[in-house]
Design a protein around this ligand. Structure first.
Ligand SMILES: *Cc1c(COP(=O)(O)O)cnc(C)c1O
Length: 402
């Protein structure tokens, strides 16, 4: 069937919650994706900051295939080796003590919120806690995660959500201070806001929020779903701030393509959960956890975090040049391989133009082009992307000046 006709058929059965690009992706190889008709793309989106290892990593694929032949699923009524090894690796990498595996980022946030409420309930004997979240944050689409997501248009139609959530201004300590009280169970945020437009927390802000939380026995939940797993050049973004959360969430690159997430906590917090408080049929199954275990092994083997620091700096310099060349680029932010360019022209047009020229990019809130490529990106890929981006920016600039 011709591509257009095929897409029309697919659009009849898939729920219309996305305006998809007219691309039918079929296979991947390293930094490149191919459509069913063979069209090749350089991928600077990594399936939304997921495919850290690039496509078709042999060791990763072999590990998954071996697990498929061995055992896919057991439920959590029993132990399995991959879950233990994945949890141990995540604890060692994060500084947390205990892990609960989920199937997605939003589920990880649900678990984190439940844990914070249980901790509060144990402490105060009442289920009347409040949460402080950040404006422009993103934590997922399920009801709890949505309730702490700081973009009104995502929440509006779906109320009533979980109550007693207040939104502080990100990077504004006074705003956080004014919203916490004796009923605040947790402050939740991303160390680097992703969907909201690539806004890193200022070191003093995050450090002071940590101090405030410690002082008032409020739990700090850091959502590392997007900015974690090496994306900023350390395994987790908060490690660059010299602080630790009480609870953290992970997903996206945690499985590098296999759907898996996790929330993890320090022992004094994790111990608030007892058998019966939380569960998941699939969560932590041997297949997903063999992916997680292998991901951690490969990060170490490839020394990916140092690589991200080096290539991230290279990307920074290239995007800085582009910012100076094109007046429609109004700002440049980010850390490591999580960067953004803010434009005064419609980002959608630039991204579509790049797509037509063979490079996949995505956008983020506030008219931002988001750069979250696989972490195995090399400088030559940055140059290839930059060449295409320059052409696209020239075209859109010319149109804007007409
Ligand atoms: C993507 C994302 C989520 C949601 O993860 P899903 O796996 O899509 O549910 C949560 N938090 C952050 C910061 C994210 O970027």
């Amino acid at each position: 069937m011709e591509k257009k006709a095929w897409i029309a058929e697919a659009d009849k059965v898939l729920m219309h919650t996305y305006n998809r690009y007219p691309m039918v992706l079929d296979r991947g190889e390293g930094m490149y994706l191919y459509e069913t008709d063979g069209t090749k793309y350089l991928d600077f989106a990594a399936g939304i900051a997921v495919f850290a290892l690039g496509y078709g990593n042999r060791e990763y694929n072999e590990a998954l295939k071996a697990q498929v032949d061995k055992l896919l699923h057991t439920s959590n009524y029993y132990y399995n080796e991959p879950a233990y090894e994945a949890a141990k690796a995540l604890c060692e990498a994060s500084g947390m003590d205990r892990v609960f595996f989920t199937n997605s980022g939003t589920e990880a946030m649900e678990g984190a919120l439940k844990l914070a409420r249980k901790y509060y309930y144990n402490k105060r004997g009442a289920a009347d806690s409040e949460i402080v979240a950040m404006e422009h944050s993103f934590h997922g689409r399920s009801m709890g995660a949505l309730a702490v997501t700081g973009t009104k248009k995502y929440r509006e139609a779906f109320g009533p959500l979980i109550g007693q959530v207040r939104f502080a201004r990100f990077n504004d300590l006074e705003s956080v201070r004014s919203l916490v009280n004796e009923k605040t169970a947790a402050v939740v945020m991303e160390a680097v806001q992703g969907e909201g437009g690539i806004y890193p927390a200022e070191p003093e802000f995050l450090q002071e929020v940590r101090r405030l939380c410690t002082e008032k026995d409020i739990l700090l939940i850091l959502d590392e779903v997007q900015c974690g797993m090496g994306r900023t050049g350390t395994m987790f973004a908060y490690q660059q701030y010299g602080i630790e959360p009480d609870i953290m969430t992970s997903a996206k690159a945690l499985g590098c393509g296999v759907p898996v997430g996790a929330f993890a906590a320090k022992e004094n917090v994790a111990s608030a959960m007892v058998p019966g408080d939380h569960g998941s049929t699939y969560g932590g199954n041997p297949f997903a956890c063999s992916a997680v275990r292998t991901v951690f092994r490969l990060y170490e083997k490839l020394d990916l975090c140092s690589h991200v620091k080096t290539v991230g700096e290279y990307l920074w310099n290239v995007l800085e040049q582009i910012r100076q060349e094109f007046p429609i680029v109004t700002a440049h932010r980010g850390i490591g391989l999580m960067q953004g360019l803010e434009l005064s022209a419609p980002v959608g047009e630039v991204v579509s133009a790049c797509m037509k020229k063979g490079c996949i990019l995505i956008t983020a809130g506030g008219n931002v082009i988001r750069f979250v490529p696989p972490l195995v990106t090399e400088p030559c890929h940055v140059d290839e992307m930059a060449g295409i981006l320059r052409e696209a920016l020239s075209e859109v600039s010319a149109k804007t000046n007409e």
